[in-house]
Design a protein around this ligand. Structure first.
Ligand SMILES: [Zn+2]
Length: 384
């Protein structure tokens, strides 16, 4: 079943469902994205330590990556982006890019921020300079970046914020979504709306109704895994994700562990992003199916085995003399070529090659993890 999305050149093809889980293809002018998909995060125009070729090549074979409006606006800035002709040309990445709106970073990273109904004034975390982001400014930055999927500018309150703050954020996010929708976009640039509402199911569903009525190309759940208990995150996922329109892609922003991804897919999510595989890699944490793990019960039993989510702390003394790979089942170059002992040595000696080898492995793990779940939905699910 193929649905044309509002932006020309974009369509969403649903192939199979297994419970609420879905396997599909998001077609874009820059290529097809098989869903569920994990999108590596390229905050500052680079997925840290990886070249574009490494991301494109199997086994990572990333079909889409993220760019970050807040970071790219502050550095290198719009003048450079305009001169370069957008982020694709600047970063030599010819596949789709999704840009976030900058909202999350303004609220979480920047210095003093003053919110009002029109937008947010904030201080750069780099040099303290003052800037203002409004829905129109965010959309203009994303237009210049030329991303394939832009995100609406939203207000994401902390998980423990009180109800009055949540209610005001919801009203603003809806008003801002309408303003984003009216703003000029780059040719072939889709726009996703963001559903907020914290861990209150009623507020989430009411906000989902407001946002989905605006006819975006896709819908995101924002403001999850921002400090609340993970059980609350899962409850909201279970209660809300499958209620978002079935004929458009659903995106869970900024989440999470391999188990979180499996849980999100089971709840009906199609797209994920998170800095976890890249950041954990640099900090010495490597995912491995060779490690003991607890299998997730998120999807119905049966089907092919998949990479699990055991974790190796490469700094552990036990790895000093371990000449085996990080993950015996992993097809990545790091695992085919190097031992845990070598990686531990590079990590302890602070050699820059460590970050490259570790990131290559963790991104491979995430890509295989999500593809294995997708294969299982296709094999065991109901064809649509
Ligand atoms: Zn590997």
């Amino acid at each position: 079943m193929i649905t044309q999305l509002p932006t020309p050149g974009f369509s969403f093809e649903l192939l199979a469902t297994l419970g609420h889980a879905r396997a599909g293809i998001l077609h874009t002018p820059r290529g097809a994205i098989e869903t569920p998909v994990f999108m590596p995060v390229g905050t500052a125009g680079t997925v840290k330590a990886m070249t574009a070729d490494e991301l494109r090549a199997p086994p990572i074979d990333a079909k889409i990556i993220l760019g970050n409006t807040y970071h790219l606006y502050l550095r290198p800035g719009l003048e450079v982006m305009e001169l370069a002709g957008g982020l694709h040309r600047f970063a030599a990445w010819d596949r789709p890019i999704l840009t976030d709106s900058g909202g999350f970073q303004v609220f979480s990273l920047s210095g003093i921020n003053q919110k009002d109904d029109d937008g947010v004034t904030f201080q750069s975390h780099i040099d303290g300079s003052k800037h203002r982001l409004t829905p129109e400014v965010s959309m203009n930055i994303q237009r210049v970046l030329g991303s394939d999927i832009a995100m609406c500018f939203d207000e994401c309150p902390p998980g423990d914020a009180d109800q009055a703050i949540h209610d005001r954020a919801l009203a603003r996010t809806t008003a801002w979504a309408k303003r984003c929708r009216e703003s000029p976009r780059a040719t072939g640039q889709a726009l996703f709306g963001i559903v907020q509402g914290g861990v209150d199911t009623g507020k989430r569903l009411a906000h989902a109704e407001a946002i989905t009525s605006l006819d975006f190309d896709g819908h995101a759940l924002g403001g999850l895994a921002v400090g609340e208990d993970i059980a609350e995150t899962y409850r909201i996922l279970d209660e809300v994700a499958h209620q978002l329109p079935a004929d458009k892609p659903r995106y869970l922003m900024g989440v999470g562990t391999p188990a979180d991804l499996e849980r999100g897919i089971a709840a009906g999510i199609d797209m994920f992003d998170c800095v976890m595989p890249t950041r954990n890699a640099r900090n010495g944490y490597l995912f491995s199916s060779s490690e003991p793990h607890r299998p997730s019960a998120a999807l119905p039993a049966g089907g092919k085995p998949r990479p699990s989510s055991g974790r190796v702390n490469i700094a552990n003394a036990a790895n000093r003399t371990d000449l085996g790979p990080i993950d015996r089942a992993c097809p990545c170059w790091t695992c085919a070529t190097h031992s845990r002992a070598y990686l531990r040595h590079l990590y302890v000696a602070k050699e820059i090659l460590y970050a490259r080898l570790a990131t290559l492995h963790n991104l491979t793990f995430y890509a295989r993890h999500v593809r294995a779940i997708r294969d299982r939905i296709l094999a065991d699910g109901r064809r649509v």
